[in-house]
Design a protein around this ligand. Structure first.
Ligand SMILES: Nc1ncnc2c1ncn2[C@@H]1O[C@H](COP(=O)(O)OP(=O)(O)OP(=O)(O)O)[C@@H](O)[C@H]1O
Ligand SMILES: [Mg+2]
Length: 357
């Protein structure tokens, strides 16, 4: 599975238009695709004619409620096209999660539990660099940045690249950048200058495919359909198919070195062949035990072993599907799993980590 976040803090550069039509183009190529609407404006939701008031769960619930799984929030839009709708309440999440540990990893933790279900997950993000965009960035190894030809776009692109560099420095999370020139009118001198400047700034990251300017995109958005459901838009369909193929063919050149280590450390328990692997990064601890609902909270129940190669404590449990609260006991001290962003309050007012198998 590949996850691609569509980001640009500049408003109106075409993020949602590209998100909807790239998702549709990939599904035309027989890929199973999920579009996650991570913008409280809910334009991708509206643009696919889904009414968020009819949805039991939206991206808000996905980020806020550890018990809501990705599958709970998915709506089927077409044969191979699925959506997690957004709604305006998502704008409250930034405030509600302020100060919460791991708040920028909420989406990643939901997505990474179902890697086999989709060929692609496309994330549409809002026009600012806040908690939602950070969730979109942390959930992915690659971003697609639509750029429309304007002075502000160039300025925004430069800022965005600085933000990505900073992110890598602070979290070691590196994303591959693809830049897409969108909304190109016929090649005036100004457009040529902007394209030249984008090339200079981003060089090999600029995709060969470009998307033309056309009023039919507005019409498609109004009708709540991708351009593949419209007639007499052959050129636009060709451009988006070409974008989908170009992105699909670039799969092999994505450099993921180092990222998987990072995922293990920040990811809490994950499924491996033998069962569910629990990890704790505590190189100086003398003993670590795992306890939880799976062993009736017996203290000293499940002893973890330190892997001398990386100093990480590990144990693998064979667990039936279900929900489990658990904690670690490190040198006698009970702690929640610092690598798991999902937790619930227990009867003592402390946090138990929550695992959904
Ligand atoms: N290639 C294009 N040709 C013509 N109009 C376009 C094109 N791409 C986008 N638009 C129009 O520009 C407007 C903004 O596009 P869109 O909503 O996709 O941008 P956005 O980056 O998602 O905006 P926001 O930052 O608010 O989320 C829409 O009315 C859309 O129809
Ligand atoms: Mg948008």
């Amino acid at each position: 599975m590949r996850t691609i976040s569509i980001i640009n803090q500049k408003g109106g550069c075409g993020k949602t238009t590209v998100a909807i039509n790239l998702t549709a183009a990939l599904s035309e190529l027989a890929k199973r695709v999920l579009l996650v609407d991570l913008d409280p404006q809910a334009h991708a939701t509206i643009g696919l004619n889904i009414n968020y008031d009819d949805s039991e769960y939206t991206t808000y619930d996905l980020l806020k409620n550890p018990r809501v799984k990705l599958a709970d929030a998915v709506v089927q839009v077409d044969d191979d096209l699925f959506l997690v709708p957004s709604s305006p309440v998502l704008s409250a999440v930034e405030h509600e999660l302020a100060g919460v540990h791991g708040r920028e990893l909420k989406l990643l933790s939901k997505i990474s539990r179902h890697p086999e279900e989709y060929d692609y997950i496309i994330i549409d993000s809002p026009p600012n660099i806040g908690l939602l965009t950070f969730n979109a960035l942390m959930a992915t190894k690659e971003v697609l940045i639509p750029v429309d030809p304007s002075y502000f776009s160039l300025n925004g692109l430069q800022k965005l690249k600085e933000t990505l560099t900073l992110l890598e420095k602070e979290t070691k999370h590196r994303v591959k950048v693809n830049v897409l020139l969108n909304n190109l009118e016929k090649r005036t001198a100004f457009v040529r200058d902007v394209v030249g400047e984008v090339d200079r700034l981003c060089n090999a990251e600029v995709l060969d495919t470009t998307i033309s300017h056309s009023v039919r995109f507005k019409e498609a958005a109004l009708r709540g359909i991708p351009i593949f459901k419209m007639s007499k838009v052959d050129r636009l369909q060709r451009e988006f198919l070409s974008l989908a193929k170009e992105i699909d063919s670039r799969a092999s050149v994505i450099d993921t070195e180092g990222i998987d280590d990072w995922m293990v450390r920040l990811h809490g328990p994950r499924r491996i062949k033998e069962g569910v692997l629990f990890v704790l990064d505590a190189p100086n601890a003398r003993s670590v035990y795992l306890t939880g609902e799976f062993n009736n909270w017996v203290r000293d129940g499940i002893r973890m072993e330190k892997d001398e190669n990386d100093g990480i404590w590990k144990v693998v449990l064979d667990l039936e599907p279900g929900e489990y609260e658990y904690r670690f006991i490190v040198d006698g001290v009970w702690i929640k799993d610092p690598s798991n962003t999902d937790s619930v309050l227990n009867e003592f007012g402390q946090e138990n980590s929550l695992l959904i198998v």
